[in-house]
Write a protein that binds this ligand. Structure first.
Ligand code: SAM
Ligand code: SF4
Length: 327
């Protein structure tokens, strides 16, 4: 029988989201405060050897999907080396990346060769001014990065758009057309009250149920499927290849099917985005534990995974920004 990690609610944990840095070259206002400097000490960053070890032990316990995230993973030095070593782990059969795509034009070909075959890229607006207002960055860099990723062969490329009332909600149809044109998958995301940044964005919260109804008036939406192991519910635009995913942690939570934990850059395992439950692995790793002991720490951590987030009941609870946990 294959090994498996099961939490107290019978959910099989087969997915680790691995934050390789809490730093970023953008400042999306719902994620990281503009002048933020309080980053994790480099001494506290897990080394690539430590990360590889933790992921190997996770894979021996049945985890087969790993996503590099952050912060912006492509700002971590020598990230290609880590991608190579993780993709060589026999138990990991799905290695993916979440990125803001600003550096993709530089990295696309080598990343693809390193073993990452699919990416998710954030893109909240196709208007350069709105893009700058949201991220403080330049839209053309991101578009160039996406085109480089497509040319390098990444498939699927999933575009993540956080939909915000009065900021970019009028652009969802444009984003649909853009994704049809370029053969991307599109996912809409609801704002989550993570840290003060996320809570400030709650004023712009719009339920994706509203967006789906609006799109239904313009397009024929039929039930769709998409491989990936995530929480998005998909529809397909009839007459096209486009799949649209709705990620609705607030209006319709999906915690009963949660299959993941998050490992932050300092070696802390977070059991749930919307809860404070955590388990620090770094002190144990640096105290020289054996693989068997590491395995037991991971099992102990999973035994503390809460049943569901409390974004609605306790919106002030989570003080970490998304970039600190690894979105
Ligand atoms: N830098 C990469 C990127 O932007 O894709 C990876 C890390 S980012 C934290 C991962 C995802 O989290 C992005 O799609 C981003 O839009 C989303 N995100 C960050 N803060 C959020 C919030 N408060 N509510 C909803 N989504 C958020
Ligand atoms: Fe950076 Fe991604 Fe957060 Fe934007 S959402 S600030 S790109 S980590």
């Amino acid at each position: 029988m294959n090994p498996s990690l099961t939490d107290p609610f019978g959910r099989n944990i087969e997915y680790v989201r691995l934050s390789v840095t809490d730093r970023c070259d953008l400042r999306c206002f719902y994620c990281m405060p503009e002048g933020f400097k309080d980053f994790e000490e480099p001494d506290h960053w897990l080394t690539f050897d430590e990360i590889e070890r933790v992921i190997r032990v996770f894979s021996e316990l049945g985890v087969r999907r790993v996503r590099l995230t952050g912060g912006e993973p492509l700002v971590r030095k020598n990230i290609l080396d880590l991608a190579h070593s993780l993709s060589a782990l026999p138990g990991v059969d799905d290695l993916s990346l979440s990125t803001n795509a600003t550096r993709m034009d530089k990295y696309a070909t080598e990343l693809y060769q390193s073993g990452i075959k699919r990416i998710n890229a954030s893109l909240d607006s196709l208007n350069p001014d709105t893009f700058k207002q949201i991220t403080k960055g330049k839209l053309d860099k991101v578009i160039n990065g996406l085109m480089a990723a497509k040319a390098a062969g990444f498939n699927p490329i999933k575009i993540n758009m956080v939909v915000m009332k009065g900021i970019n909600d009028h652009e969802v149809e444009d984003m649909v057309e853009f994704c049809i044109e370029h053969d991307f998958t599109l996912r809409f995301i609801e704002t989550m009250p993570m840290g003060d940044t996320g809570r400030n964005a709650s004023d712009q919260f719009i339920s994706l149920q509203t967006i789906e109804q609006r799109l239904g008036q313009r397009y024929e939406l039929i039930p769709g499927m998409m491989p990936g192991g995530g929480p998005a519910r998909y529809v397909q635009v009839a007459g096209s290849e486009l799949r649209i995913g709705f990620i609705t942690p607030i209006s319709q939570h999906f915690c009963e099917t949660c299959n993941r934990v998050r490992l932050s850059v300092d070696g802390t395992l977070y059991m749930c985005l919307g809860q404070d439950d955590k388990y620090e692995l770094r002190p144990h790793l640096r105290a020289g534990i054996t693989d068997d002991e590491l395995r037991q720490h991971i099992i102990n951590a999973i035994s503390t995974k809460p049943s569901h987030h409390e974004f609605n009941e306790k919106p002030g609870q989570v003080v970490r920004f998304m970039s600190m946990t690894g979105g």
